[in-house]
Design a protein around this ligand. Sequence first.
Ligand code: HEM
Length: 125
Amino acid sequence: PLPQVLDEAMIAAVVHGFYDEIRKDDLLGPVFNGAIAPQDWPHHLGKMCDFWSATLLRTGRYEGRPLPPHLALPGLGEEHFRRWLTLFRATVHELCPPDVAVLFMDRAMRIAHSFRLAIAFSRGE
Ligand code: HEM
């Protein structure tokens, strides 16, 4: 059965479900698989669970800086962000009750927007 409240089990389900889809995606799959070697995926998934745990449950488990690796990805553009958010929305609505899905989406859209602005700024646009 799917978890009904926002807890670590729900976060883990979202993170694993989302990156399963991402890795199969024609646009985003190559970006992620180019940046993360097969043996490094467990570490990446663990880090993303920590990130969402810190972001939504205030557990303090993620202390990294999420922006720099995105600035370093060449050619990251609007179509990547749109696809990322479309896949994320589908995942959270499939796996979470509507109120929790909205929490995930609200945060994801804010962060995606801050990344877009930072990428544009760093390119002098
Ligand atoms: C890390 C791609 C959007 C949060 C990464 C990595 C890639 C990536 C390839 C791994 C970097 C590495 O280890 O070398 C993308 C793409 C995006 C996107 C293509 C959409 C265009 C987002 C959004 C969020 C996010 C919207 C937040 C909601 C993170 C975090 C990390 C990460 C927290 C780990 C950073 C660290 O190493 O501490 N992303 N990302 N990403 N991404 Fe994204």
